[in-house]
Design a protein around this ligand. Sequence first.
Ligand code: 5GP
Length: 191
Amino acid sequence: MKELVEAIRAQGKGIGTDIVKVDMFLNHRLDTDLFVKMGQAFADAFKPETPDIVLTVEASGIAAALTTAMACGNVPVIFAKKSRTRNVTGDVYESTVFSFTHGVENHIRVAKDYIPSGARVLIIDDFLANGEAAQGLCDIVRQAGAEVLGIGVCVEKTFQPGHQKLEDDGYKVVSLAKIKGIANGQLIVDD
Ligand code: 5GP
């Protein structure tokens, strides 16, 4: 997606050899116009399919999930929670995800009530690296007896194996921008 690629080129930075920092518009300060366009791009990419639910994981997936859900006809967004909280009571679907950026295992969970069996679920996240977050979300959808319609990510790092793993699992994966590598703090963006 042209606008996202331009923003990455203008404002993105590389940290070490594998971390992409896009805090200026995607992860800390949110460029709302860009998020609205990304939501529409995901809705278009999965047409004619339309989801019943957009599913993501807190916190950095929520903004893109919200604009996608709005572009898909104002369907609900569910974000998996990473911590056990008193807000999520009763039965939950749970999966274990290794966090690439934090280097720890997270248990992600969604209240069973919110994913009806048979629901058509579109998974959205900000980044795709090793595919752990998306695989954990797919696992939760499977536990619910619902269907993964596809997986949309704003930024894919093509030098990491997530996309291939998800395709091998049989899922359609759409990424709006692709980063091929990082050299001396500079991002090498795919055109
Ligand atoms: P995966 O589970 O595919 O290994 O990693 C995806 C998750 O880790 C995303 O939810 C995202 O929040 C985080 N992530 C992975 N790589 C990066 C990165 O290079 N930059 C940022 N900001 N987040 C990342």
